[in-house]
Design a protein. Structure first.
Length: 231
């Protein structure tokens, strides 16, 4: 890989390699015929990605239950997503492939792209440690987390309203308690009060996502307090 190519990949990924050989291996498919290839880095990157996304979700949704976090992680991390991330970074053009894979369109095969993306994360971990890998993963998945809260596995606000009406004959009150950041990167913090008690807090890139995150946290809290009333 030339210096210009490496710099282009580093700029796209958001990490400057101290040891460029890690990046070289991450982009070498086993069909290339030269050792080492990226299979072991793929194995490592898979573990790093799962840990970092779990970490991200637990920090974003501290009151969520394990089952809900597992569902969110599964919806965020899958073969389709990994291939899409690789395409967004343009990894296909930098892959080192054997002639057979080159002829058969290997640069755009989802399996090869997804493996390269995970190998890249493994390479970043080896090069800069967990915090470096997590920073990259947070940057790559922040949008997905926001979209998940907006679309969600459920409409958390509607579900919360139904539950609070059953329990307290009241609807939740949403309060915007913080708005910060530049126009293109706003951060909103919303809190929920139910029956005069604060029971949920959420952060998002918009008021809507902050309210959905707060509703999710409130649902988790009420489910623990009133398991007989929660679905």
């Amino acid at each position: 890989m030339t210096g210009a190519a490496r710099q282009a990949v580093e700029a796209a990924v958001g990490h400057t390699f101290v040891r460029p050989e890690h990046l070289e291996v991450a982009l070498t498919h086993d069909s290339f015929g030269e050792a080492p290839d990226n299979e072991k880095l793929e194995f490592l990157g898979d573990a790093v990605l799962e840990l970092a996304v779990s970490d991200l979700l637990m920090n974003r949704f501290p009151a969520a239950r394990e089952g809900e976090l597992s569902k969110m992680r599964a919806s965020l991390v899958n073969a389709e997503t990994l291939a899409r991330k690789a395409r967004e970074l343009g990894l296909g053009q930098w892959l080192q492939l054997g002639k057979g894979e080159e002829r058969s369109g290997g640069r755009d095969k989802p399996k090869i792209l997804g493996a390269a993306y995970e190998a890249l994360l493994g390479a970043i971990y080896l090069d800069g440690g967990y915090e470096a890998a997590r920073r990259v993963i947070d940057g790559h998945f922040a949008g997905e987390v926001t979209a998940h809260v907006t679309a969600g596995l459920k409409d958390y606000k509607t579900k919360l309203q139904e539950l609070t009406q059953r329990l307290f004959h009241e609807t939740p009150a949403y309060m915007l308690v913080e708005e910060s950041g530049p126009h293109h990167e706003k951060r909103f913090v919303s809190e929920i009060a139910i029956a005069g008690r604060k029971c949920g807090r959420g952060v998002g890139r918009s008021k809507k996502t902050a309210e959905q995150a707060a509703a999710m946290e409130a649902l988790a809290a009420l489910a623990r307090e009133h398991p007989e009333a929660a679905d």
